[in-house]
Design a binder for this molecule. Structure first.
Ligand code: IPE
Ligand code: IPE
Ligand code: MG
Length: 248
């Protein structure tokens, strides 16, 4: 794909940025505080980053808040995180709505506390007409789990005759994913120095650019975000094509 041939809606910058918000525990540890102190500090960073999106041309922001693997943590940490999510939604809902943010959640809700799921549903409905920034929060999300759940529903549609298996192609599965209404991420950022994706947006990130930075999530700022967005704009994404020929 030539540079001039970008998908509609895409400018030079990333249209959709996804962030693996990592390093809260180490940030707290460095201060001699419990891990939950780091999670609270991390949650506070989200507002500034969401607010920076319109100026940076980022229409979609997807953040990884809790993975399907994070249940392996201590009961104290898991319960603290779940209570933080409930409090975050309750406290931020009005503000998110007023600032034109449309909020969605991806991940499996079945294992989540009913009260939390109710708050998530309500926030999605409350903000469904907003269009300034599309914030997606991945909560009890795992890329493999998402593909497995999607495949199950796809198979059910085949079994009930709604879907012809001969017609299944690479456009079919994404329609069953939690992200079916979202464009694919252009840029995936992971904070805290780990260079792995930890089961995040496996299908959707096939052509994303990755940025692994040392900053711990509670120190992630608007300036760091702006620098990564600008760096993305300078890249030539070829989607499997060749480098653009120089026309003389
Ligand atoms: C990321 O920070 C937040 C969640 C996974 C919920 P961590 O809690 O993983 O922080 P580190 O990696 O231990 O520093
Ligand atoms: C990834 O971070 C999940 C979230 C940021 C929510 P983890 O800290 O759980 O990932 P690993 O264990 O380092 O792979
Ligand atoms: Mg971590």
């Amino acid at each position: 794909m030539a540079k001039s041939d970008k998908k509609s809606g895409e400018g030079a910058g990333p249209h959709h940025v996804a962030i693996i918000m990592d390093g809260n525990g180490r940030w707290a540890q460095a201060r001699g505080r419990p891990r939950l102190f780091g999670h609270h500090a991390g949650a506070k960073r989200v507002r500034e980053i969401v607010e920076a999106c319109p100026d940076l041309g980022v229409k979609y922001l997807t953040i990884f808040a809790f993975s399907t693997e994070n249940w392996k943590r201590t009961q104290l940490e898991v319960a603290g995180l779940m209570s933080l999510f409930r409090r975050y939604i309750t406290k931020e809902a009005r503000d998110l709505f007023a600032r034109g943010v449309r909020v969605r959640f991806i991940g499996d809700r079945v294992r989540l506390d009913k009260k939390l799921v109710k708050l998530m549903d309500e926030l999605e409905v409350m903000t469904e007409k907003n269009d300034r920034v599309h914030l997606t929060i991945a909560l009890n999300y795992g890329g493999r789990d998402e593909v497995a759940r999607a495949t199950k529903r796809l198979a059910q549609d085949v079994a009930s005759g709604l879907l012809d298996p001969e017609k299944v192609d690479e456009e079919t599965l994404p329609r069953y994913l939690d992200t079916y209404v979202l464009p694919d991420p252009d840029l995936v950022i992971r904070t805290s120095g780990e260079a792995r994706i930890s089961n995040f947006l496996l299908w959707q990130s096939a052509y994303a650019e990755y940025e692994f930075i040392d900053t711990l999530w509670p120190d992630f700022s608007r300036d760091v975000f702006a620098r990564l967005v600008a760096k993305f704009g300078a890249k030539d994404r070829r989607y499997g094509g060749a480098v653009d020929e120089i026309v003389i």
